[in-house]
Design a protein around this ligand. Structure first.
Ligand code: SF4
Length: 241
């Protein structure tokens, strides 16, 4: 089965642990108002077979010591779960550490098979209510996201969780309490990071002539994000005792 790849970044240190190669898959069903990669929304991309892509990725193997590996990102890698699984199966046969970086907004049999083959999942918990997913991501996937987190917990698959903190949308202590309530029972979450919303990707919206719903929002205040992260860490620590 063919897949469609938008681009490959060979030294993506932010995409999980160690030096990792990020494969940005084409296509995403969400339209997050804070998306920094709108160029990956289209399902069109370089058409490849799993064997071709795996061969290309295995060239980076010498750089994958100390916990590095491959991270499938996007776009939304779960929209091409069968292709990602076929490629992962080849990579795992060569002992490569494989992860995905995903909105976890798709859950079906192919996605479950893919989850079972991964070393860990970098997952976004974008919002803490169905209403915010609908208004800010234009996709009614809150329930699927929570079901996916529950499935990953039951299967004991390690998850690095992330939330982007956006001024006036989800930047209060009450918001963080609501996020924590959703995840407090999931012991497979190895780390929960709050990321600051920033305006660096705004030029892409202008270049692509796409309406930018957050065009009047400022960057998130780093001291607010740090304060919220400390509050979240304390909640998580408290739940462990
Ligand atoms: S899920 Fe990711 S790629 Fe898709 S619109 Fe949202 S931020 Fe962009």
């Amino acid at each position: 089965m063919h897949g469609f790849v938008h681009s490959i970044e060979s030294f993506a240190t932010f995409e999980g642990r160690g030096i990792r190669t990020a494969v940005f898959m084409s296509g995403c069903p969400l339209r997050c108002a804070f998306c920094h990669n709108p160029e990956t929304w289209s399902p069109q991309g370089r058409k490849v077979l799993p064997e071709e892509l795996a061969k290309q990725l295995l060239r980076f193997k010498p750089y994958f010591s100390r916990g590095g590996g491959i991270t499938f990102s996007g776009g939304e890698p779960l929209c091409q779960a069968e292709f990602v699984l076929d490629t992962t199966t080849i990579l795992k046969a060569s002992n490569i550490n494989v992860a995905i970086d995903s909105s976890i907004s798709v859950l079906n049999e192919s996605v479950i098979s893919l989850y079972q083959s991964l070393d860990f999942v970098i997952a976004d918990l974008k919002f803490h209510s169905p209403e915010l997913y609908k208004s800010e991501c234009k996709f009614d996937c809150f329930e699927t996201v929570i079901k996916s987190l529950s499935y990953l917990h039951k299967s004991n698959i390690p998850v690095i969780l992330r939330t982007v903190i956006i001024p006036t949308i989800n930047d209060t202590i009450e918001d963080i309490n609501a996020y924590f309530d959703l995840i407090k029972d999931f012991k497979n979450i190895t780390c929960y990071e709050l990321k600051p919303f920033h305006t660096m990707g705004f030029g892409k919206y202008e270049d692509m002539r796409i309406y930018n719903p957050y065009q009047n929002l400022p960057d998130a205040d780093m001291s607010v994000v740090a304060m919220l992260q400390t509050h979240l860490n304390n909640l998580i620590k408290g739940a462990k005792h």
